[in-house]
Design a protein around this ligand. Sequence first.
Ligand code: MSP
Length: 498
Amino acid sequence: MAFYITTAIAYVNGQPHLGHAYEFIATDVLARHMRQRGEDVFFLTGTDEHGEPIADTAKAEGIEPQELADRNAARFLALMPKLEVSNDFFIRTTDEQHELAVQQFLQKVYDNGYVYQDLYEGWYCPRCADFKVENEILEGNRCPIHEIPLTRESEENYFFKLSAFQEQLEQLFDGQSDFVMPARAFNEARAFIGEGLRDVSLSRGKLTWGVKVPWDPSHVFYVWFDALLNYYTALAYARPGEDLTDRYWPANFHVIGKDILKFHTIFWPAMLMAAGVEPPQHVFVHGFLLASDGRKMSKSLGNVLDPIEAIDQFGVEALRFYLMREVAFGADGGVGIDGLKARYETELANDYGNLASRVSAMINRYLGGKLAAGRGDPELRAEFDGLDDEVAWLMDRFELTTALELIWQRVRRLNRYVEEKAPWQLAKDPAAAGELEIVLRSLYEGLRIVTILLHPYLPTTTDKLLAAMAPGDASYALARWQDGAGVMEQITPLFPKP
Ligand code: MSP
């Protein structure tokens, strides 16, 4: 089945940071898991390049916005392989095909009668590129997100009739309780609709850095309308000569942070409805990464976990694992280099890395690297029965952290099994040869299963380990206990001391 998943597209007025990396990695974990299950996955990410913040930053640097966008988009693009992110396409909202498609789409919204002209006056945050409603503004007319002073702006504008979709949005939410996940985010969005929707400004007359409004080229579209459309426009040109829209739309998951909830769960489905296009199936809203002291990460406080430094020190797989393990996906949580180091040593190097080394060493030493067919130890086997289904069930709900915990319980179980059975003792007793074979075969099967299930989190390490095993395939169908013969080569440590 088609499975279309997207991240938010990052603003190019700054460099990539850990918050971006977190979202890319989490989305990648689910994309890889679905590929393992044989789904027809399309994974989109990219950059959001128009709007006032980018125009302002470029101006401050004395360069053209396009130059700034090119420079920073290249940084985001280069980050993807460093994070082992397996996106199928990288969209830039300055792509000509995207700009044309935005114009066509919004022209349709206009033709359908959902756009009108009016005077707009309000409190505007140049960093958000957004007008703020009175009840969210901080004391002293400051932005609730950036805490910077807002400016009072008024201009002749085109408006999108969001209010016309009040009922349809209520129906969407009330008919599908997992349209927005997790529940806390759903409730927040539903409450916003419940307060009564007001029309929103669709264009900017003062700005030139954006997609021109086709029926009035003296305006550009408000950057959010141009940006949200990336999820839809990319499918038409991601593969030259092929239009993937029918194959992948509606998207299965848009993955976003909680600060951009309103745009994705309210504006976006309404825009799609206004053009007669189906809304996405789910929007998943993750939390924010904070410093380990619970404060916001900031360069001036010196509490930033820099993704590139973390990768240089511990490797990208450790960073991926740590972020997915440390902070329950969907909630906020603190992270830092000390926590990463601790999990690297105790969990990756000891729990998993040592387990793999010991199992491979013992299979080679005692059995010459070969395992005969057999059913293994029924007690241990029972503890792995149904694990694949449980993990898949959790992944369907984007429970990346809970799924990882479930897998890790089995990693720990295998370590206890080694201690309980002490194969090195069995090896001393010729009468225990049969039992030794059963114990090692069971460890091999358990290790193979957890390795397949860990594949989305640790793609390179698990590939390396599976390459030393036969069958060494990471497909999900093999994440169940097998009875056939097996082979395991001697391996080098998966997570050496950094
Ligand atoms: N350009 C808009 C999104 C448009 S999508 C049609 C934007 N860009 S952003 O660069 O500011 O943020 C990109 C993503 O990173 C958002 O989902 C945002 O929530 C997420 N994060 C930014 N900082 C974060 C943390 N500290 N922690 C977790 N995620 C955070 O918004």
